[in-house]
Design a protein around this ligand. Structure first.
Ligand SMILES: Nc1ncnc2c1ncn2[C@@H]1O[C@H](COP(=O)(O)OP(=O)(O)OP(=O)(O)O)[C@@H](O)[C@H]1O
Ligand code: SF4
Ligand SMILES: [Mg+2]
Length: 436
């Protein structure tokens, strides 16, 4: 697939310094499929941000449950995309991977060491290997520094700038590598366009020859016509340098183009994860299906025919996430397709992230493959035998009162039983029909 195939993205570079837009995705089998060891392995990561009272005592009065039980691997030469709505914990997960925030629980294994246990001093030499590119190329570059100074700064901090012009040559080479004119290195960042500024940010991130780049919405702040040039650059650099990318985005159209594997997050948890082709071909979680149904189709006829899955209501507060499945207050399947016995599973029992096909995991008690979301009129709805193993009856008291994974010490919850006349209203709330 070329960049031109990406929906909504014309095959354009970003001005004179843009790279050619006809880069094809001739990716070899990567990651676990390529038999390589992961660059980084994330296991059961949890992040709670404490909420404190105002005033002198600043008592802890609650927690923002930003990331809950998140696990994944990132392999060399691979792009792992993390997608989800605003506030679902993407940035926090990226910052946890780089140990820029302290984890509440869990591990980040890099070269056999758990980064979450390392001090600032122990982390410093490892920081060279892991860099971040931020969303906003306007805010992330110091306006008082020239481009040369911005790109040279990490080299200077790590004592690698070198003498006798070696550092200057390195900076020139980096600017050239990201498609910028090295002659413009003595200009200030505000003299550049958005796409060019993002290239400066990438050059800076590459200065220390990292193994892993966390790219936090790297193209979201850019015009659509400029996004393609930056994405092509990232693909070129990956092919050239074998970089591992953790690519954070809320835009499935971009992810469809660039991802090798995808992790879908909702309210701090992974709800589905698979290789990109598998995930886009066989989305199994109702949330992923809803996100995918919003991807514009290039064929106007198919676009008109297709059915959008609209999610109603707001994302619940991460301070007090819903019991059981966190998605249940917005899940169209919960509201429209399940009976009350089945709903008791969603309300009371946290669905585990389970393998539904080889390498394809989803966290839904009633996961169901849909193959007709991006291929209108194609194969329709199918149910794989492995997915048809839905729970039967209602959960036992023991199953329904288990603490949530991220709150193992929380007091025992009383199971919520649903009577026959319980209904789901438009806000996704459970209401007793005829009740007040
Ligand atoms: N330093 C902090 N203190 C308290 N809460 C925080 C902090 N940082 C993030 N949060 C909260 O954690 C949750 C996850 O935030 P995060 O920024 O990781 O989401 P995101 O998926 O990156 O969202 P966006 O798409 O808007 O960037 C949000 O509810 C956010 O308000
Ligand atoms: S577990 Fe229930 S509420 Fe959650 S996604 Fe599946 S069907 Fe919807
Ligand atoms: Mg973010």
């Amino acid at each position: 697939m070329t960049t031109a195939d990406m929906q909504g993205m014309p095959p354009a570079g970003d001005g004179p310094s843009g790279t050619a837009a006809d880069v094809t995705l001739t990716k070899e089998r990567r990651g676990a499929a390529g038999g390589e060891a992961p660059v980084v392995s994330v296991r059961n990561l949890v992040k709670h941000f404490p909420i404190r009272s105002r005033g002198i005592t600043r008592r802890k009065i609650g927690d923002v449950h930003a990331v809950c039980d998140v696990s994944f691997d990132i392999y060399p030469n691979e792009t792992l995309c993390v997608v989800g709505e605003s506030g679902c914990g993407k940035t926090t997960t990226g910052r946890l991977v780089l140990h820029l925030v302290e984890a509440t629980a869990g591990e980040v294994i890099y070269q056999g060491r758990d980064l979450t246990k390392l001090s600032g001093g122990q982390m410093r030499p490892l920081r060279r290997d892991m860099q971040i590119v931020f969303q906003d190329p306007f805010a992330s570059l110091d306006p008082r520094m020239t481009v040369n100074e911005i790109v040279a700064e990490p080299l200077r901090i790590h004592g690698l700038y070198g003498r006798g012009g070696a550092g200057r040559d390195a900076v020139r080479a980096l600017l050239k590598q990201v498609g910028l004119n090295p002659e413009h290195g003595n200009r200030y960042s505000h003299e550049f366009s958005g796409g060019q500024r993002q290239r400066i940010g990438i050059a800076r991130a590459l200065a220390l020859k990292p193994k892993l780049l966390v790219l936090d919405e790297p193209v979201s702040a850019l015009d659509v016509s400029i996004q393609a040039g930056v994405i092509n650059l990232l693909e070129d650099l990956q092919a050239e340098l074998g970089l591992a990318y953790m690519f954070i985005s809320h835009d499935l159209s971009v992810i469809r183009h660039i991802a090798d594997r995808v992790v879908v997050m909702y309210l701090g948890k992974i709800v589905e994860s698979a290789e990109a082709e598998e995930l886009f071909g066989r989305p199994s979680h109702p949330y992923t299906q809803a996100l995918m149904s919003a991807i514009p189709l290039p064929d106007p006829v198919k676009e008109r025919e297709r059915q959008r899955i609209l999610l109603t209501g707001d994302v619940p507060s991460p301070v007090n996430p819903p019991s059981g499945c966190r998605f249940r207050t917005r899940c169209p399947m919960f509201a429209n397709e399940l009976n009350n016995d089945q709903r008791e599973w969603c309300v009371n029992v946290e669905p585990a992230l389970e393998e539904k096909f080889a390498g394809h995991t989803a966290a839904c008690h009633f996961a169901e493959v849909r193959t007709n979301i991006l291929e209108v009129g194609a194969t329709g709805q199918t149910v794989a035998p492995s997915l048809a193993r839905w729970p039967v009856g209602v959960p036992s008291d023991e199953e329904a009162s288990r603490p949530m994974v991220c709150m193992p010490n929380a007091p025992r919850r009383e199971p919520q039983r649903l009577s026959r006349n319980t209904e789901v209203n438009e806000e996704g709330e459970l209401v007793i029909e005829g009740g007040s």
